[in-house]
Design a protein around this ligand. Structure first.
Ligand code: ATP
Length: 373
């Protein structure tokens, strides 16, 4: 068998950036493979743009190495890095036509005129806007402008495409459309891409791997599946999607039998072992996602014979959201969110109903600390 190892296009080794005494990017290590789309995901101020700006050459790291296509890039000016970039604001030149905007990078490279004509035409077809070539940016819609910005970034056939929240100025529907388009383009061209976003759904949709950042630190690097199902920390679990939190204590924990817990409300629960070890008596945060909880006809008595978790509660309110409905169920004083398909079977429930909630031990996430908050 021949093992084909993929080329590494971008590598960050122990990269750090400070502003004054404020460390905004700390010991950042990452390898991006050729053709991969990697997202930097995290809340505002976590260091996503600062890291992207170091890769782009707008900022210099204080420590660490930055390697693009096998060449060390520390100190190399941005225009020598063969990058395509798209930002949140369209940043098209207002006094130039679409053609002139897209052709700009090629002109700077002194590309022959006929080649410019051909390449601009080709890239405008790629973003499905061949007919707007003679218009000015102000004559385009927001979505069209951002497509042109993408075309302008791609026309020079960059070795690396850097995107900083390119969809965040668009309305929800357009955003989804352009997200599909971006994914198609990225896969069609196979350009290695780094994408900055604070939108977890966008990151999951577009990327092969996600780097989750918090306060300048890498919390986890993994595929969308891994990030969702095997979160490395409480921060990652709660940042990606919605989750119910219960505070409690570990009763017993072992790799073979899983973790038995008692919530502060006195409910006994079971969680399957996910690689993290706990001590009896340890205070913990316990999470279960709304879509993993079902309404059942059981007795709501805690641990069930078949190992499921059950609890009895009362429906506070139900909100209909199209493909699913979300209920707030009161478990004593704790509100539990339950998401269920909005099919006819679920139409029987109304506010005030007493229901039994059921969820599997494998869907329970346990993290250390905070149990007594
Ligand atoms: P957002 O999603 O809001 O753009 P971000 O994750 O991209 O956030 P950065 O823009 O990288 O975050 O900023 C990280 C931290 O560094 C923030 O606390 C920010 O205030 C700080 N920072 C960024 N640029 C500078 C600068 N030029 N001088 C001083 N502090 C800065």
């Amino acid at each position: 068998m021949i093992l084909v190892s993929k080329m590494i296009d971008v590598e960050l080794k122990g990269v750090q950036k400070k502003f004054g005494s404020n460390v905004v990017v700390e010991n950042f290590n990452l390898q991006v493979e050729q053709g991969e789309c990697v997202s930097f995901l995290g809340p505002s101020g976590c260091g996503k743009t600062t890291t992207l700006n170091m890769i782009a050459g707008f900022l210099e790291p204080d420590q660490g190495e930055l390697i693009i296509k096998g060449k060390k890039m520390n100190g190399v000016p941005s225009n020598k890095r063969e990058l395509g970039m798209v930002f949140q604001t369209y940043s098209l030149f207002p006094h130039m036509t679409v053609f002139e905007n897209v052709a700009y990078g090629l002109k700077l490279r002194k590309t022959p005129k006929t080649e410019i004509q051909e390449r601009v035409k080709k890239v405008l077809e790629l973003v499905k806007l061949p007919h707007v070539s003679d218009r000015y940016p102000k004559q385009l819609s927001g979505g069209q402008r951002q497509r042109i910005a993408i075309a302008r970034a791609l026309v020079t056939e960059p070795s690396l495409l850097l995107l900083d929240e390119p969809l965040s100025n668009l309305d929800a529907k357009l955003r989804e459309e352009l997200r599909d388009e971006l994914k198609r383009l990225q896969q069609e061209i196979g350009v290695t891409t780094i994408f900055v976003t604070h939108d977890q759904e966008e990151a999951m949709y577009l990327s092969n791997r996600i780097v989750v950042l918090d306060h300048g630190k890498v919390e986890q690097i993994g595929s969308p599946w891994d990030i969702y199902n095997l979160p490395a920390s409480e921060f990652v679990h709660t940042f990606i999607g919605k989750s119910n939190r219960l505070n409690g204590t570990v009763i017993s924990a072992s790799e073979r039998d899983g973790i038995v817990l008692r919530t502060n409300e006195g409910l006994a629960l079971r969680a399957s072992f996910k690689g993290r070890t706990f001590q009896s008596g340890e205070a913990v945060s316990i999470y279960v996602r709304p879509e993993k909880i079902a309404f059942s006809t059981g007795t709501g008595g805690g641990l069930q014979a078949e190992g499921r978790n059950e609890a009895q509660g009362r429906i506070g309110q139900i909100s209909f959201l199209g493909s699913y409905a979300e209920s707030e169920v009161l478990l004593g004083n704790t509100v539990i969110h339950v998401r269920m398909p909005s099919d006819s079977q679920n139409r029987i429930w109304t506010a005030g109903d007493t229901v039994n909630l059921q969820w599997k031990p494998e869907d329970v996430f346990v993290f250390p600390g905070k149990g007594n908050e």
